[in-house]
Design a protein around this ligand. Structure first.
Ligand code: FEO
Ligand code: CA
Ligand code: CA
Ligand code: CA
Length: 698
């Protein structure tokens, strides 16, 4: 394929693969057409219908003692305003005392916004502005963003593209005036980023430099003022395809991850497909390598290649033209794709630290990982594998968390994800599996809940999967899980434990293939065939977070009741909720409300994606209130709820995705009135950005 025709030629055939329910561009560039059917879970793992002899009641399972571990804060002098709450280990009791759910962030829900609207819509009394945009220079001497003349050298010093997981951590001692922002950059859309006249090799190089991660310092005059980023600040860092990550845990040094460029099997360059993530109690950031397969050409014939969606077709971005490692058919690089699909951990407070990839947490299409410290002191990470009919996982550390604030305590805690047990979830129910029907259906007693168990994959440093070594279980975790019979889920995205109650929430975003053809039909925990709008599962561990059994129920079955969709909101009146579709990222505010950002609502309920507050406890459990809507073609990512300060942050990813460079569909966030000259730094193209939404009277 020639240099000059490569870009278009690669993209067009891929677009044809999509089945058209969402943007074909998104499908091709973000997920490598995972929905086209050639990547789905084709394992023979059958549907498990084991019925528990007794159904554990939620109340018995919860127990107030079980909530003790919730009391984990970002200790060690690292505080994350709005990320966690110290409650002295009393969990629900303290939450109730403080007024569970009573947030300072009061707002009147917005009405659903038409998917074609190119605007950020916020509640009355609020306004928004970007914190940082694609291309903003973050280092001293970095060039200003120049839409028509981007270079790799410039992009390497600028904020990357398609920011997804985001967190903002206060810098200790700054009295709330300085913070460090983390964002990952999931993927690029070269069709709207660069003019058609840009040479193909330059497109590839700039696009590659727009991947990875960013850490940027923020400042504000006082705690009532919006944040601005600080160019040239000491903690600013870009993580690029050349950045070396240390592989930790049992797969480090394995023959399954060695290449000619890294004979140690411990030093991996770059991170790819970073989607959601989590912030640890010790103040580091986790980020999930999700659709890494789209960056590799591979033989595509082995069980591993097939199960991970690795194929022999040219990739969308064709980096394989520039570096042999992106084609695993090349001698010496057979294992390169095994070096992606991990959970990454970075320390945003040390710009010289070596980031890690943790093999103990398994290799799959990691949406993200969220950590809670169990009552026992072990840390537990919950993780979704975002592919239709794939699984929900949990990691339990071998060592215990040290709550102290000494540097040695933090250093110890930064080793916790390197060794431990790995499990995959199996859900059972006392009610028969049946597709739910009707509008606003309220399940009969016993439906929409049940019990479950965490099936072991790795225990005490040994493989628990017959016929597979420890290294094989960790590198080919999907194949290992297939052997033990977990429940096939409707695309687990973010999995978030509430630090106030210990309950765990699983965003199942959708699954258009459930019940179609020979695909598995509705199950108790995935109760809807051709699941267009997704649902949220609530898990209550038996005892503390390290338990191998749990009970579960559905918090909500998403959709728009007014459009006649089958929905359920824990019994809350369906005519009093904001319609919601395709839950993706989850976050909690400081008083225990669940916030959900969505990805795919335009193809579901035909509305713009948004951010929603959900009451999860008390009389109003199931109440959904829409806080904002994002611009045309965008999804809402990385919500951060600093409700004490009445501010909300989100990442706006892929605005204007379906446009072209010369006919853009979005001009977010630099909206310039027609006929006026853009101010410095404003461009006529969408720029994925982190935005802050705040009260105008703050
Ligand atoms: Fe990148 Fe699972 O969405
Ligand atoms: Ca997402
Ligand atoms: Ca989250
Ligand atoms: Ca998603």
């Amino acid at each position: 394929m020639s240099e000059t025709t490569g870009r278009k030629f690669a993209l067009l055939p891929m677009l044809g693969h999509t089945k058209g329910k969402r943007s074909a561009v998104t499908c091709a560039l973000k997920c490598d057409n995972a929905c086209s059917g050639d990547v789905c879970n084709t394992s023979s793992n059958s549907y498990f219908r084991d019925i528990a002899s007794t159904t554990m009641s939620r109340r018995a399972a919860l127990g107030f003692g079980a909530a003790g571990a919730l009391a984990v804060v970002l200790g060690n002098a690292v505080t994350s305003a709005g990320t966690a709450v110290a409650d002295g280990g009393t969990g629900l009791a303290a939450a109730a005392k403080d007024g569970f759910g009573k947030s300072k962030l009061q707002f009147a829900p917005i009405a659903p916004v038409d998917a074609a609207v190119d605007a950020v819509t916020v509640p009355e009394g609020f306004t928004w502005e970007p914190v940082i945009r694609w291309g903003d220079p973050i280092f001293n001497g970095a060039p200003e963003f120049d839409l028509n003349n981007q270079t790799a050298a410039a992009q390497e010093q600028q904020f990357g593209y398609n920011n997804d997981y985001t967190d903002i951590l206060e810098i200790p001692g700054s009295k709330g005036r300085r913070a460090v922002l983390f964002a990952n950059h999931e993927y690029t859309n070269e069709s709207i980023m660069f003019p058609a006249t840009m040479p193909a090799d330059q497109v590839r190089a700039v696009g590659a430099a727009a991947h990875g991660l960013s850490v940027v310092e923020l400042e504000r005059k006082n705690t009532t003022k919006p944040w601005t980023y600080v160019k040239g600040a000491g903690l600013n860092r870009r993580y690029l395809n050349s950045t070396v990550y240390e592989l930790t845990g049992p797969a480090a040094g394995s023959s399954l991850v060695k290449t000619v460029a890294d004979p140690t099997g411990r030093a991996i360059k770059g991170t790819l497909g970073n989607c959601a993530g989590g912030t640890t109690p010790w103040g580091t950031i986790l980020s999930g390598e999700e659709n890494f397969n789209g960056y590799f050409v591979a033989p595509g014939t082995s069980a591993g290649d097939k199960r991970y969606g690795l194929t022999s077709k040219a990739t969308a971005r064709q980096w394989e033209l520039d570096d042999p490692r992106w084609d695993t058919r090349n001698a010496g690089y057979e294992n390169e794709a095994n070096r992606f699909g991990w959970i990454v951990e970075v320390d945003p407070f040390d710009s010289t630290s070596t980031p890690k990839k943790h093999s103990s947490l398994g290799r799959f299409k990691h949406e993200g990982a969220n950590v809670i410290v169990a009552e026992s002191g072990h840390v537990v990470a919950y993780m979704g594998d975002d592919e239709r009919f794939d699984y929900l996982y949990k990691f339990v550390s071998a060592e215990k968390y040290r709550p102290g604030t000494a540097a040695a305590d933090r250093a110890h805690n930064m080793t916790l994800l390197s060794a431990g047990n790995l499990y995959v979830a199996k859900f059972t129910s006392s009610s028969p599996a049946a597709e739910i029907t009707g509008t606003g259906v309220v399940p009969a007693d016993g439906a929409f809940d049940g019990t479950g168990e965490w099936l072991p994959l790795v225990v005490d440093g040994k493989s628990a999967v017959p016929g597979m070594s420890l290294e094989e279980v960790l590198v080919y975790t999907r194949l290992a899980a297939d052997k033990v019979g977990p429940t096939k889920m409707d695309r687990c995205e973010d999995v978030q434990p509430s630090l106030l109650t210990g309950k765990v929430y699983v965003a199942c975003t959708n699954n258009s293939n459930r019940g179609t053809g020979t695909n598995e039909g509705a199950t108790e925990v995935n109760p809807r065939n051709e699941n267009r709008d997704g649902h949220i599962v609530e898990i209550i561990e038996t005892g503390d977070q390290t338990s191998t059994t749990f009970s579960w129920n559905l918090l909500m079955v998403c959709g728009d009741p007014a459009q006649g969709d089958v929905t359920y909101f824990s019994g809350f009146p369906v005519d009093k909720v904001s319609p919601i579709s395709c839950p993706d990222n989850l976050a909690f505010d400081t008083v225990g409300n669940l916030w959900i950002s969505t990805d795919g609502a335009p193809s579901g309920i035909k509305k713009a994606d948004g951010l929603y507050k959900v009451t999860v406890e008390g009389a109003e459990r199931g109440k959904v209130e829409q806080f904002l809507a994002v611009p045309r073609d965008a999804e809402t990512c990385g919500p951060i709820i600093h409700d004490d300060e009445r501010t909300v942050f989100v990442s706006v990813q892929h605005p204007g995705e379906d446009g072209s460079f010369d006919a853009q569909f979005s001009f977010f966030p630099d909206y310039v009135a027609a006929g006026t000259t853009p101010a410095r730094g404003q461009v006529r193209a969408p720029r994925p950005s982190v935005i802050q939404v705040f009260r105008t009277d703050a």
